[in-house]
Design a protein around this ligand. Structure first.
Ligand SMILES: [Zn+2]
Length: 408
């Protein structure tokens, strides 16, 4: 065993044992200081979504990059909602970003609707560059909870305004152009059936340009954009994929792959002298799980995995970077089943999807849904880098805030 590896193991053991003493102890050894954080959310990604993707893409003996990180644990996902026991993405992400369980729909506010400084703002206040990348609208609940405060997740135009005027992420890449422009200004993407510009805060794209953002709306423009300064990329009216599109059904074909957006964000943010915080999200896992569409869900998992490969390579080259991969909640009540004709499953929402081939094997598996909504099962969390061992074991989702607040 090389001395470096031994030192790392000793550090890891100390961290597991440590509790509050952990942070003090770190200063005394040569473990790398945490400078940057990449947090990746598979929206709606529970244990079965991850395992199904492993079987499909790597087979019985293989492993996803997201599952190959050295630390793993579980997070509970309960909200503090007056009606529901099961979280939505707003309360789920707010638990991460302010460390408080709250009601469904809340963005960076507690059960009393009090706004707290979110981790995205805290990182910026501490002199770090910040960014968000998602296949949802950039103002959708999960990214919004890192960078804004709203009593309701539906105020997406005001969330965009807060990005420009309050939290000021340096990189903003994803969908949701509709919320940045007033009605009757279609922007780069033609208004059509339910996807029309609807902002009430003026032309926020023009405002972003005045504030020094480079604005891009296509893959080629994103490629050509220099990796420095502030960058706003909006690549769709709403989500970057289509649900139940006329005549085609669910379609997952973002004009810019999540992995490419992640690369560009890392190229840009890594220029920051004080480190950075980057939030990355694949939204389609959740939305296609709502539709009980396992084929499309698996496709989205494959795209998230490619973004994880990019982030993991960055973290490997930059040992001062903490990389965390989690889901905000499970969606669909999914399980992995044998491909048996005698299966007890019924029709409707509990109908099976598949069979799907197991990679490098003649075996096949089926995927079975129990609901079109979210569920309350734990989500897996995996991590690497400084502070990663804090994610060992089972914790409430508010634990993400406890760990990241120390770094950001
Ligand atoms: Zn959902």
């Amino acid at each position: 065993m090389r001395p470096k590896t031994l030192a790392a193991l000793t550090t890891a053991a100390a961290l597991v044992a440590g509790g509050a003493a952990t942070y003090a102890a770190r200063a005394d050894n040569d473990a790398p200081r945490a400078r940057s954080v990449i947090f990746i959310n598979g929206d709606g990604m529970g244990p079965a979504q991850r395992e199904a993707a492993r079987l499909k893409y790597h087979g019985f003996d293989g492993r996803l990059a997201m599952d190959s990180l050295p630390v793993s644990g579980q997070l509970t996902t309960s909200p503090d909602d007056p009606i529901s026991a099961i979280t939505d993405s707003a309360a789920g992400a707010t638990a991460w970003t302010i460390g408080k369980r709250t009601y469904n729909g809340a963005i960076g506010v507690d059960v009393h609707k009090k706004a707290w400084r979110t981790l995205g703002r805290q990182a910026k206040d501490d002199g770090k560059a910040t960014g968000l990348v998602t296949t949802a609208q950039v103002t959708d609940a999960s990214p919004a909870a890192w960078f804004s405060n709203e009593e309701s997740r539906t105020a997406e135009d005001d969330i965009a305004r807060q990005y420009l005027e309050v939290s000021k992420p340096d990189v903003i890449l994803g969908g949701g152009e509709d919320w940045w422009l007033p009605a009757s200004n279609p922007g780069a993407f033609p208004d059509h059936g339910g996807e029309e510009s609807k902002g009430t805060k003026g032309n926020l794209i023009a405002q972003a340009r005045r504030d020094g953002y480079r604005y891009v709306s296509s893959a080629s423009e994103l490629r050509a954009a220099p990796a420095d300064g502030k960058l706003l990329g909006l690549f769709a009216n709403e989500e970057m994929f289509q649900q139940r599109e006329e005549g085609k059904g669910d379609v997952y074909d973002p004009v810019v792959p999540l992995a490419d957006m992640t690369s560009k964000a890392l190229d840009t943010l890594s220029k920051s002298r004080n480190g950075f915080f980057l939030f990355v999200e694949e939204e389609a896992i959740d939305e296609f799980s709502h539709h009980n569409n396992a084929t499309r869900m698996l496709q989205a998992m494959g795209e998230l995995e490619k973004a994880v490969v990019v982030a993991k390579a960055y973290a490997a080259e930059h040992p001062d970077t903490l990389l965390v991969i989690a889901g905000d909640h499970e969606c669909g009540g999914l399980t992995v089943e044998d491909n048996a004709k005698t299966d007890e499953s019924g029709s409707g929402v509990s109908r099976e999807d598949g069979p799907f081939p197991v990679a490098r094997s003649p075996r096949r598996f089926s995927l079975d849904w129990t609901t079109t909504g979210h569920t309350g099962v734990d989500v897996p969390v995996t991590a690497t880098g400084p502070y990663a061992t804090q994610f060992t074991g089972k914790h409430p989702n508010t634990h993400v805030h406890e760990v990241l607040a120390e770094i950001l």
